[in-house]
Design a protein around this ligand. Sequence first.
Ligand SMILES: [Ca+2]
Length: 276
Amino acid sequence: MKRTNGSLALAGVTLVAAQLLLAGTAQAHHPEISAVAVCDQNNDLVIQYTSTAWASSNPAKRTNPQIDILVNNVKVSQGAYADPAYSFSGSVAAPAGSSATVTALAVGVWGDGFAGGQSSSVTVTYPTEACTQPSLGRFTGGGHQIRITDQVKVTRGLTLHCDLLLSNNLQVNWLGNKFHMTEHLQTVSCTDDPNIIQAPPPAPLDTMVGVGTGRYNGVAGYTIEFTLVDAGEPGGSDQAAMKIFQTSNPGNVVLDIPLQQLTGGNLQAHYDQPHK
Ligand SMILES: [Ca+2]
């Protein structure tokens, strides 16, 4: 925070007195800490922390060769404050529970000779959703019939599993035509975009991209490529794309709807039930 000259003048003597009082207490040499609990790429819950030296205008007073990082009062790592950042970051496994206390403790002597021993702590609250692989998810259609456009409808009973197990059901009707996916998905990707707020319900994914084969107007030998995006309730922000073509002649495209918002219905991503 910057102070203007005007407020400095108004504060006057009071400011000087306060600075003298604070010298040697919390405003003097001390480590600062920020931390957050997140799921890492291995779907493990980790605590990411950054510890920074106090904001002294004298660089020498900001260096410290040993800052311990403690989680729930157990040392898990250490670092140092040095020019030019006077800060370091790291990641450690999150202990069990719903929250943890992360502490930075100045063990070393500060650069100007000031003794260590100061600490700062922050409490990290864990996310309520477990870290789960997006592949442990599925998509269903909720509520009314899904309309990608007013002419292209996905029939009720939509069910698609990321892991290709259990039965998958995808049927599309448009302008008197119909496609029924008969083979389980050949390939599929299920992902969780942090910028998409998918809930409710809680789910480990918000986007599914898949490929399957099936019958077009009763004739086998057609392929469907689709993308489904659940962007929350009631479904007006959900998106879908569908492309259906003759497998042996991909140029024979019978339906091609680029990714767009639904005109009706609601896609819902879920946690999959445990199954083999
Ligand atoms: Ca939705």
